[in-house]
Each structure stands twice: as structure tokens, then as C-alpha cells.
Design a binder for this molecule. Structure first.
Ligand code: SF4
Length: 251
């Protein structure tokens, strides 16, 4: 089995955080009225995207009735609607819609993950839960390292959680640690020369795609698209040319 697929499978069996295990399962039992017919995933949600991704999108944690219901990152909630619409516009997602595990959505060159893999109450993991979950992100970064060139980090929580994970996975994080801001950009060099092709990774700060940010206009689709486009350029993911594009005019 591909090592990243194996990691994803192991993540789904983790039960290291008693509060989050209890919460994710209770949410799956009680359910939201609109989803009474669903069998909630109610387990840790692994990263989503190909093993050769050169761009990583790092969020916070699965949403109680989004990823915790569907079993896939940013799938089945408003945050995902905004994120995948932007990725689709840039040719990085096969569809702007992410509704369920079997909806056929695929990503090109980009992987979506989070520093905490279980839905937390009020979207607020404790620092201890964040630290307990870090080894999963560290291992994911190690496996992606040979191709990884850029990461878009959504929100201050993800930023603070991601920096130590990058450090543990072999990148040099400046001291003092760079602060989160929308539009922040920092390049992390590899700590030691690596034979596996891994190199520097540029981190981009972006406001989180939460409803609170997108409904209030703090984060607009254009702002998100601009950050993703810049990061995709850094990650050598050129704009996708649809197969039915007309050939260029001669001459
Ligand atoms: S948050 Fe992470 S470490 Fe905690 S139970 Fe979920 S997968 Fe395991």
C-alpha cells in the first residue's frame, strides 16, 4: 500500500484524545436534523489528495457536521464549498462541489489536511489535543517532502500548529517564529541537504474559510483565490487547460 494511504488508514483508527473521541461519536449519534438519514463518519478524518502533491492546504480540524459526517476534509459544509470552488477555478479540483466520499472529486497536485483530525467542540481543540495530533501531520509532511513546495495555512490556529510540525519534519523555522497574517509569506529551508529531492517550502497565511469569515466578507473568494494562485505558482502547478480548449490560432 502507498505509505500515505497507509498513514491515512492509520489516522482513522486513532483514539488518543478522550474528549474528542467522545465528542465526534456523540455528534454522530445525535446528528443534525437535516442529516438524520446519514450514517456519520464519527472518526478521525485523514488528509485528502494525491501523494505527489506539491501544494498543501492546512486547515484547523474537521467540522462536526462536515468532515465528521462525510469522512473527508472540508466535505459537506460551507467552508468546503468556498475552498473547493476556489481550487476548481484554479484547475486544482475536478469539481467545485464536495458533498460525500463517493462524489468523485479529485485534486490535482494539492492535498488538504489539518493539524487536528477529529472534530472538536466549538471548533476549538485544546493545546494538548493539538500537540497530541501533531505526529500525524509531521509524518504526512515527511511523506510529502520530496515534492512539497508550498503550503497555504488557513487561520492562526493552523499556522501555530503547522510551524512546529514543519520543524519536526526537517524544515528550519525562523526564530522568533513568523506571525500569522492574511498574506503572510515565509520560506522554510530544509535543515539538512536531503537526497530525496525535498527542498524549501513556502508557507502562505490565509484567513480561514470559516462561515464567520466568509459571511462577513473578512475573506472573500477573490482573496482566497489570490493566495491559492500564488501558492500554486510556487508549487509549479500551472493553470489547468481544459481538454476541450480550442487549439491556439496558427501564426
Ligand atoms: S485529534 Fe488526532 S490524536 Fe486526537 S484522537 Fe483525533 S486523530 Fe487521534
Amino acid at each position: 500500500m502507498d505509505p500515505l494511504a497507509e498513514l491515512d488508514a492509520r489516522v482513522t483508527r486513532c483514539a488518543a484524545c478522550p474528549r474528542l473521541v467522545a465528542w465526534r461519536e456523540e455528534v454522530g449519534r445525535v446528528k443534525r436534523a437535516a442529516y438524520q438519514d446519514w450514517t456519520y463518519w464519527a472518526r478521525p478524518v485523514p488528509g485528502f489528495g494525491p501523494p505527489d502533491a506539491s501544494l498543501l492546504v492546512i486547515g484547523l480540524a474537521p467540522a462536526a457536521h462536515g468532515g465528521n459526517r462525510t469522512g473527508r476534509m472540508f466535505t459537506g459544509d460551507r467552508s468546503g464549498d468556498v475552498l473547493y470552488a476556489a481550487l476548481h477555478e484554479l484547475g486544482l479540483a475536478s469539481s467545485p462541489l464536495a458533498v460525500s466520499l463517493d462524489d468523485g472529486l479529485t485534486l490535482r497536485g494539492v492535498r488538504v489536511t489539518s493539524p487536528v483530525h477529529c472534530a472538536p467542540p466549538e471548533n476549538k481543540p485544546t493545546p494538548e489535543e493539538r500537540d497530541t495530533c501533531r505526529p500525524w501531520l509531521v509524518r504526512e509532511l515527511e511523506l510529502l517532502a520530496p515534492r512539497l513546495r508550498a503550503a497555504v495555512v488557513l487561520g492562526a490556529f493552523g499556522w501555530q500548529a503547522a510551524l512546529p510540525a514543519f520543524a519536526e519534519a526537517g524544515w528550519r523555522v525562523p526564530r522568533p517564529r513568523p506571525r500569522f497574517a492574511h498574506g503572510a509569506r515565509v520560506t522554510l529551508e530544509r535543515g539538512t541537504p536531503a537526497a530525496d529531492g525535498s527542498g524549501p517550502v513556502t508557507l502562505y497565511g490565509c484567513f480561514h474559510v470559516s462561515q464567520r469569515n466568509t459571511f462577513t466578507g473578512r475573506l472573500t473568494p477573490e482573496m482566497l483565490r489570490d493566495v491559492l494562485r500564488e501558492a500554486a505558482g510556487e508549487a509549479c502547478l500551472p493553470p489547468y487547460a481544459p481538454p476541450d480548449s480550442p487549439p491556439p490560432a496558427p501564426g
